[in-house]
Design a protein around this ligand. Sequence first.
Ligand SMILES: [Ca+2]
Length: 234
Amino acid sequence: MKKIIAGVIMSAVALTMGALVGCSSTPSEEVPDDPAGTKTAVFEAEGCDLSEYSGHGWSNNATGCQTIQGQNTQKIRENQSVLNSISNGYFVGFFGVENTALTFDFTSAEAVEEATLVLRLASEWGTMTVDDSIMQIEVNGEIIEYNPFTVTGKKIDSAATVEYGVPFADFTISTKISLKKGDNTIRLIGQGAPFGDMESMDIGPGVDCIKIKSMTDVTWESLWEDNQLNVKEN
Ligand SMILES: [Ca+2]
């Protein structure tokens, strides 16, 4: 009986909330958003130069374009919500080996003091708190400080059952990124973090893309056209 009453009350609250939203002068789609004129540049991880990039999972090593997963990965094709969440259909996995970096070289039309950096990530290692013990973020040669954040993952029983079971999502790292006019570099650097007490695992999130929001034009030369020729079924 209590449940039914609670249900009725919740419905009433929902109706009231709906009515309030309906009358509101600020529809939800207008708040809170990026300032007018904000330009968002999306750099796909799978378009990076991966020639120096490598990593390893529970049972296999991967180098270069072998680390690209997504539409080519059977386990991910079987999970529509994860597949649909992946920008450009692919991401770079196997992130986490100490001092192994994903490097994004790009050009900014103007110097900018307060660009926003967003990372689009998912975790195959269960729910993961990403901090500088897992990933360091370097902007133009300087490691930046960022607040630890949680990437929700599917619960796994062991390192042998890793799986990207929860869709990729955007995480805002900073709104105070300084860009130079001309060439800039952002590097995501693995730290060799263990999985629990398993020192050999080198865990980290899968990296789909990075987004840079600013008032200027930020561009890069993606290597995706070449990289996609080397994507392997897995
Ligand atoms: Ca991607």
